[in-house]
Design a protein around this ligand. Structure first.
Ligand SMILES: [Zn+2]
Length: 423
């Protein structure tokens, strides 16, 4: 009897699933922002089936079909935002040394919470650049399997770095034998590390080409890795169909990384004429985190960030903003990357207004966080626009972001792959 019931329930569920998956969702968009042209289209109807946008028209849904209608008539509807530089497992904003006292399992749970916060803030795609123990791979997989809410993720796993460099772990004395997971030296050493990351299913390879703000004993401007090592990382990653993100503040590190053929430069703080020209020539994307400096300088001390790191932030912040303005003016390709985790997760959109303050138009800032980011990930045939055949990753705001970019800091509707997470 029990068996029969379970079978009956099972077949009911599969019929139900079949029915719901074929069901159309109609979204009535009062205004739809075409992020490519910057045009606001009035009274559009977006039809979603199986998580995919199947039609965009001006017709009204048939009123006798019992179809599911989402009424966003009084809102501005646009594609979900994308952040190309997150540390979803990290919470530097909470306590600087947390990482030393949390087990990887506990840290992963924090990452799950952060992923949901990010999605609810309107970010339907993130690229996570740096996580120990492949925690970001696990979170990505659980999200993809529908077990937990979160954005679509491209993940890097452990970032590659030289011994004692920015991507190593240098705070403890030598008796602890502390060594970050991504440490690799020499062309064959780095190739092996790339292969290991590929083995454990990363989407992107991240490496540290220079020192950085939040490591101990590294100089932000100083290059780490030789040209030969960077070439080997990029060649190995591209051979395996993975894109490459290079953390690089200093000019020489930026230059070497671009010459090696990386897909994006992270931070890009100390740009000069030569590196700007080089980035344009190679079509390299810049991912410049120009908001978090404000957070670190106002809250860092309270959160236990050591003086060394606060001093380095002071050294970088102003210069990075000037570099950003120069790069925008020169027309270098830009994505939206914020270093979420340095500041609280979910505040990602705060950077958009800073990008407009330092030289972008609101549309350029929005494009950096949609179509440009989609191109960097090579996902531009699926995300970054509201278009037929694309994933139904859709957000809405109450005010026109082209007139008030800060409206994106309070997104009022979030849909990912046809499922509503916030309304
Ligand atoms: Zn970072």
């Amino acid at each position: 009897m029990k068996t029969i019931n379970r079978l009956a329930l099972g077949s009911f569920l599969s019929v139900f699933t079949l029915f719901t998956s074929a069901e159309s969702i109609y979204i009535k968009a009062g205004q739809l922002l075409d992020v490519k042209s910057g045009e606001l289209l009035r009274n559009q109807l977006i039809t979603v089936e199986d998580g995919i946008i199947v039609k965009i028209s001006t017709q009204l849904p048939p009123d006798n079909s019992g179809a599911k209608v989402i009424d966003l008539s009084d809102k501005i509807v646009m594609p979900g935002l994308m952040d190309m530089h997150t540390h979803v497992v990290n919470n530097l904003s909470k306590a600087f040394y947390d990482g030393y006292f949390q087990s990887p399992h506990r840290a992963t749970i924090g990452g799950i919470v952060n992923a949901e916060k990010t999605l609810l803030a309107g970010f339907t795609v993130i690229r996570n650049v740096g996580a120990n123990n492949y925690q970001d791979v696990a979170i990505r997989n659980a999200i993809n399997e529908g077990e937990i809410p979160g954005p679509r993720m491209a993940v890097s796993g452990p970032a590659l770095g030289i011994t004692g460099g920015h991507c190593d772990s240098n705070a403890l004395n030598h008796s602890f034998k502390e060594r970050a997971e991504g440490v690799a030296n020499g062309p064959w050493g780095v190739r092996e590390k790339v292969r290991e990351n590929v083995k454990y299913q990363v989407d992107v390879i991240k490496f540290c080409a220079t020192g950085g703000v939040f490591s101990k004993g590294t100089k932000v401007g100083q290059r780490q890795y030789t040209q030969e090592e960077m070439n080997a990382i990029v060649d190995e990653a591209h051979t395996h169909g993975r894109t490459v993100a290079a953390h690089a503040h200093g000019t020489e590190g930026i230059e070497y990384a671009i010459k090696a053929g990386v897909d994006s430069i992270e931070h890009a703080s100390f740009l000069d004429k030569k590196t700007i020209k080089l980035a344009k020539k190679h079509g390299t994307f810049l991912s410049m985190d120009i908001y978090n400096t404000e957070y670190t300088l106002s809250e860092g001390e309270k959160n236990g960030v050591p003086q060394e790191n606060i001093d380095k932030e002071k050294q970088v912040g102003t210069k990075q903003r000037a570099s950003f303005s120069a790069a925008v003016k020169a027309g270098v390709k830009m994505v939206f990357g914020t270093d979420a985790g340095i500041y609280p997760h979910g505040d990602n959109a705060k950077q958009l207004s800073r990008m407009t303050r330092f030289g972008m138009t609101p549309l350029q800032a929005i494009q950096s966080a949609t179509i440009n980011s989609a191109k960097l990930l090579k996902w531009d045939n699926k995300v970054g626009q509201i278009k037929e055949g694309f994933f139904a990753d859709i957000i809405a705001v109450d005010e026109n972001p082209l007139l008030n970019i800060r409206s994106l800091e309070s997104v009022t509707f979030v849909m990912k792959e046809g499922r509503v997470y916030k309304q």
